[in-house]
Ligand binder design. Sequence first.
Ligand code: AGP
Length: 620
Amino acid sequence: MCGIVGYLGTLKAAPVLLSELRCLEYRGYDSAGVAVIEDGQLAVLKAVGKLSNLETLLSDVQPRATVGIGHTRWATHGVPNDENAHPHLDCTSTLAIVHNGIIENYVELREELMEAGHQFRSETDTEVVAHLIEDELKEDPDDLLTGIRRALHRLKGAYALGIVSQRHPDKIFAVNHHYSLAVGIGVNETFLASDSVAVCQYTNQVLRLEQSEIAEITTAGARLFSFAGVEVKRNPVELENKQFVLDKQGHKHFLLKEIHEQPLVLRRTIGKYLLHPGKKINFAGSSAHGNYGVHLSDAELARIDRIKIVACGTAYHAGLVGKYIIEELCGIPVDVETASEARTRRLLVDNRTLAVAVSQSGETADTLAAIGEAKNRGAIILGITNRPDSHLSLVCPNLLVTECGLEVSVAATKTFTAQVACFYLLALYLAERKNLLPEDRIFALKAELLRTPALIERILANQDDIREKSIQYSDAPGMMFIGRGIHYPVALEGALKLKELSYIHASGYAAGELKHGPIAVLDERVPVVALTIPGTVYEKTLSNAQEAKARRARMITVAVEGDELVRKTFETVFTIPPVSEFFSPLISVVPLQLMSAFIADHLGKDVDQPRNLAKSVTVE
Ligand code: AGP
């Protein structure tokens, strides 16, 4: 996801912009740039690659410039290079723009503008907006707000924009249309960012742009306008003062730090809603961004007769685990779909459907579109996110927030287990509120859920052994992950982790599917990872593993301590503490996370920012 920042105040702008961009670096990017105004002159500097390349250019730029915008780009239209990096300029090079999102009708607009004589410098969709504003300013060059508004009416797509003009050196304009933008309000200085983590190093007073709003930003603060030009009054909110700390806490990678944070994250997330097995689950809550929590009425709860989960990537895998959990405890049919697919079809939901969107960032375009469609069709809406200040939090009247802290590494780990924990909590909440289970069963389930963080700690204490066992598979041409029942989504998640971290192709399959085709790829080069946890599918999974072993595959398993049977089948055993099949996904995923992290590190990959990936995919 691209990052947008801005600064207006008394400090030298370039270092502030760079510092804000560093806070967004974790989201993945391939080029960066800034535009600053000094003595009425606009200067644009940009560089492909890491921020350090841009920093080199900025060292002595425009020392008196105290206003500017900046951007980290994750390429969508046009290859990563200096020309395609943002900011982009109009023909007169007096107006600069940075952009997050996609302008869907940019081709026709570009042609129209080129016919009108505009000269383009890049291959991007973004540059069209700069020339469009220039075109709309012809009537009144000084009324930039009107020029912007007119240009917006000609755009199609979802976007966030930052704009500066040397005709207005004391202002920044920002536009939000189905994205996220926050204005940080300081004392005689103002900040802009597409993610509030970039401003909370300077101020905790934040004014969020909601959908289809324009902000006119000065050192005194920001005025908000609708696209129709009507002023909108809204007060800033106070962010909890969580300083965004770029600190690996002694770990080699943020990924390892975040894998190790999981016990703490689960204690915080579970404990936020469930204090004791004898207590009811309390989903009420509030945050700086207004009330979040689950506020399902008795009537809504009585009406719910099916659940639809929409999500992407790892969040989708958490949703698949959620299906097993909710169907097992509540007997309510659950349908899980990747959001990108759910939005392409006729979504069969209604006011008896609880539609659940799962997204750690709360900014994933496909997930936002899918849950928006479900809302339009009358479904009861609930979100699970790690970011109460995200776009998702604005569209979900019921919101469960995971207490992960910022997840910096692009590969999701702690947010996965926290999302799964929220599904256990949601299932128990529904079972309680709809009287679906006896009290003693609910008590026992809550007690076991509360014990899971300690089980993860026992695995993490054993990570050196896991590392030694893992790196021997770094030369694998590919890898297969198999599981049955509630273990199947964990197999999918294990395969995704290996792919996105080590770039080794990996597939996750329902173990019973192996003999229906996938087994053809197996031979002595290919490792197969099987989840063999005691429970209803243990024996069948073992026999599926035997089928793979018979093809001379290199057999790896995640099994519980003391299980000697598996040692007859598997050359490598990652052990986990004894845990029920039902709660095992929270535990069995951890060795798979560590295995992929160690293989990727052993191969010298960019573990925290894998190639081609962004932390939040805000484009469709
Ligand atoms: C997972 O490791 C990936 N980073 C990716 O699949 C991610 O889970 C997906 O893009 C969804 O992101 P979200 O949770 O922010 O919506």
